[in-house]
Design a protein. Structure first.
Length: 299
């Protein structure tokens, strides 16, 4: 029997990058990584404390469901936030997962149904470029709800893999504006902009999958039918190949970026305006991108 490298007693049932863990040591390791992120290790700023009310964005996928579960297990006060995008069975299944989880743990959940609130599904809002519209809709609604419901912080389930893929994408395009804004803690820069944090930034997709499996979390396994060969997936695959040859590369890449972030300059002095239609913060003069999207879909 192969034993856990940590306790050297129990049978190892998780093997990650050649390291064997038993289930309880792995959960301990995972929770410790999340707690280190929340405490602000390597960030110089704490994400939140037990006094905060945290709105957790949950799509129903493995990462966001793991995030909600681990924050709840660590004793934080959370409420889930889900957007029903109206993408047929995929959205129905996602919503069911999230609602069942909230009910089973007796947790609060806020659901915004795009069709009910705005009269159209994501596909009807933007058939041609659904994924970029989806990102815009999610960012807008997450912040709007967090602000209106007085949450002090909004948490999303971005993992180390997500952050590394975004970083690689931003670097290959030398997108300095995005590089300046990429961070696991985005402070509020406007009274209507809620602080955003990524407590899973120290754990990989693979580790999150192992966590969800051991905790027997239910999550949506089918892919969104609107997904088209996302570029981030090819970056993830390339980084996984590099990680296989050079273990620890992803963490070194991302933590090195955080240490050297100042090289890309800062957004200080940049002032957000308020949308003339909805009043939410925007970089645009006039209407925000969300209101423009609604307007375009009416034409
Ligand atoms: S695949 Fe695209 S449209 Fe579907 S949930 Fe993801 S971002 Fe949204
Ligand atoms: Zn063990
Ligand atoms: Zn607006």
């Amino acid at each position: 029997m192969k034993t856990c490298k940590r306790c050297r007693k129990k049978r190892a049932d998780v093997v990650l990058s050649g390291v064997r863990f038993c289930s309880s040591c792995f959960i301990e390791y995972f929770e410790k990584q999340v707690q280190r992120a929340i405490n602000g290790e390597k960030l110089g700023v704490q994400m939140f404390s037990k006094d905060d009310r945290i709105l957790v964005a949950v799509s129903g996928g493995k990462d966001s469901m793991s995030l909600w579960n681990v924050l709840n297990d660590l004793g934080y006060e959370t409420c889930g936030f889900h957007i029903d995008l109206g993408i047929d069975e995929y959205s129905e299944a996602s919503r069911r997962v999230v609602e069942n989880f909230a009910a089973s743990k007796n947790l609060d959940l806020i659901v915004v149904d795009l069709r009910k609130e705005y009269g159209r599904s994501l596909f009807e809002l933007a058939a041609r470029d659904a994924c970029s519209a989806c990102g815009l809709v999610k960012r807008y609604l997450m912040n709007k709800v967090a602000h209106e419901e007085n949450f002090s912080v909004l948490a999303t389930g971005h993992t180390l893999d997500d952050e590394c893929a975004t970083l690689l994408g931003n670097l290959t395009r030398w997108n300095l504006e995005f590089l300046r804004r990429q961070h696991p803690v985005l402070e509020s820069t406007h009274p209507k902009l809620v602080r955003k944090v990524k407590p899973l930034f120290r754990v990989t997709d693979e580790e999150t999958a192992a966590y969800a499996r051991i905790k027997q979390l239910n999550y949506v396994r089918e892919k969104c039918p609107l997904a088209r060969g996302a570029t981030s997936l090819s970056y993830k695959n390339a980084l996984n190949e590099l990680e296989r040859r050079h273990p620890g590369l992803k963490k070194a890449f991302y933590l090195g970026f955080l240490r050297n972030k100042a090289l890309f300059g800062s957004d200080e002095g940049f002032e957000l305006k308020e949308c003339e239609a909805c009043g939410m913060p925007t970089a645009n003069v006039g209407r925000c991108a969300f209101c423009k999207l609604l307007e375009r879909s009416e034409q």
